[in-house]
Ligand binder design. Structure first.
Ligand code: LLP
Length: 432
């Protein structure tokens, strides 16, 4: 095993084969086919519990952990989140429906998005979600109109662009004033006034999310400080108590052995201490609820992708049966991953080689210079930390079906998402 921080907690090697969750991954590939995504339930639950524990220990008032379901969602994962007392962040009608199917209490669901459709807003209102996180002033106007004739009042948070940017890839940096998300600070008062003028809306909190794959909690703490300063200003100017502060998600995970794992305890303590201190400085009592929205750091390491090596271009490439349609991250962000051969994981490393996806695009290279030059057709490639932003961003490029997903628990593999079929793919396709 090349790095325990990259693989699920239950990972072992038995007779040279990769086992996860008490299951032989080589046997699973035979039974279910490849590409195949495996999620280790033990790791998933342990990570969720670690989050709750770290924040409960760090913050003296109420704290909620909302899993950012865009990282990876299906009903089973939402059920696990609910069982572990996590809430859910959703950004579409079908994500909302999944939360409902999984039995999440509406109160623990927040709805995000910079361009929510009328249907999504209505369904959020009908479900009675805990909060809609408003991105822009047009959304306030639309929500005000939609709620005017309803008997219930919808709680909302305002998402600000705090002008704090974390150290991450430009595509996943979201905190700048000119980022596409959130209200610029100089428009916040107008937004507050607009919400206060809408009888169907109740302003309960402020939100910011500065980006993803961040390793410095200080960047996130800076956003917390901006949120508290704005909350204090809004209280002083409008007499509105901001009862919830949400600095978003964003904690990074290592994908390769050269990145040390983020320290969850330090992250929780830094955020909580900043919130407590800034509330003291600004005289904000009682302490607001702290809501955290981790996505990647909840699911990334619990997930492992399995591919079959199909062919070689000797000295240059291995060709596998998946790639950018199930994991676009290397092509989109230059993301790096770590892999091994699941059916002979104890073999010494081979010479470096690139691993090419099967899709018709030169950029479809899943791994570069991986020590897998000894691999042969028929071997199984296991790619670590594949749980986040892979299947949730999957496509049907080249009209290929999306992979099956298994949940592995103490030697039992449960199919939680079946493989897409040709019939699924052609179901929406109509003759002239
Ligand atoms: N809250 C909000 C409002 C978000 O937009 C996101 C992620 C999160 C929470 C969760 O952030 P996380 O803890 O997962 O970093 N596709 C990209 C990542 C996009 C992140 C989108 N927003 C990737 O594969 O790296």
């Amino acid at each position: 095993m090349n790095n325990p921080f990259l693989w699920p907690d239950t990972t072992t090697l038995q007779a040279g084969r990769l086992w996860i969750g008490g299951c032989d991954t080589t046997a699973l590939a035979e039974e279910y086919g490849t590409p195949l995504y495996l999620f280790d339930e033990t790791t998933l639950r342990a990570t969720m519990r670690a989050y709750r524990k770290a924040f409960a220990a760090a913050y003296p008032a109420e704290c909620r952990i909302h899993y950012a379901s865009k990282a990876f969602l299906n009903t089973a994962v939402a059920q696990i989140a609910a069982q572990e007392s996590l809430g859910l962040d959703v950004v579409s009608a079908a994500e909302l429906l999944t939360a409902q199917r999984a039995g999440l209490a509406a109160e623990h669901v927040h709805v995000h998005g910079n361009a929510k459709t009328a249907d999504e807003l209505l369904r959020a209102l009908e479900y009675g979600v805990g909060a809609i996180v408003i991105d822009n002033r047009d959304e306030i106007a639309r929500l005000a109109a939609l709620t005017a004739s309803r008997s219930t009042v919808q709680a909302v948070l305002l998402r600000i662009a705090p002008n704090v940017t974390g150290d991450t890839h430009a595509h996943i940096s979201t905190g700048a004033t000119d980022a596409k998300f959130g209200l610029p600070l100089d428009t916040l008062d107008a937004a507050v006034e607009q919400v206060l003028a809408a009888p169907g809306l109740r302003l309960i909190g402020l939100h910011a999310h500065i980006g993803s794959q961040l390793f410095e909690p200080e960047d996130l703490a800076e956003a917390v400080a901006v949120l508290v300063a704005q909350a204090a200003r809004i209280r002083a100017r409008y007499g509105v108590v901001i009862g919830e502060i949400s600095p978003g998600g964003g904690l990074g995970v290592p994908y390769t052995a050269d990145t040390p794992p983020a320290d969850l305890g330090r992250y929780a303590r830094t955020l909580a201490a900043t919130l407590v201190e800034q509330c003291r400085v600004h005289g904000l009592t009682p302490l607001p609820r702290l809501t955290i929205e981790p996505g990647r750091s909840i699911v990334a390491r619990a997930g492992v992708a399995l591919y079959r090596v199909v062919a070689r271009k000797p000295g240059y490439y291995l060709h596998i049966d998946g790639g950018m349609a199930d994991n676009i991250r290397p092509a989109l962000y230059g993301a790096r991953y770590t892999a091994l051969l699941a059916n002979r994981a104890a073999d010494p490393a081979g010479p470096p080689i690139h691993v090419a996806g099967r899709y018709c695009e030169s950029g479809d290279v899943l791994l570069r210079d991986a020590p897998l030059g000894h691999a042969e057709p028929g071997d199984l490639l296991a790619v670590a930390t594949s749980g986040a932003y892979t299947l949730s961003m999957a496509s049907n490029y080249n009209l290929t079906p999306r992979p099956a997903v298994l949940l592995l628990t103490n030697g039992v593999a449960r199919l939680i998402q079946r493989r897409e079929t040709e019939a699924d793919l052609l179901a929406r396709d109509l003759w002239l």
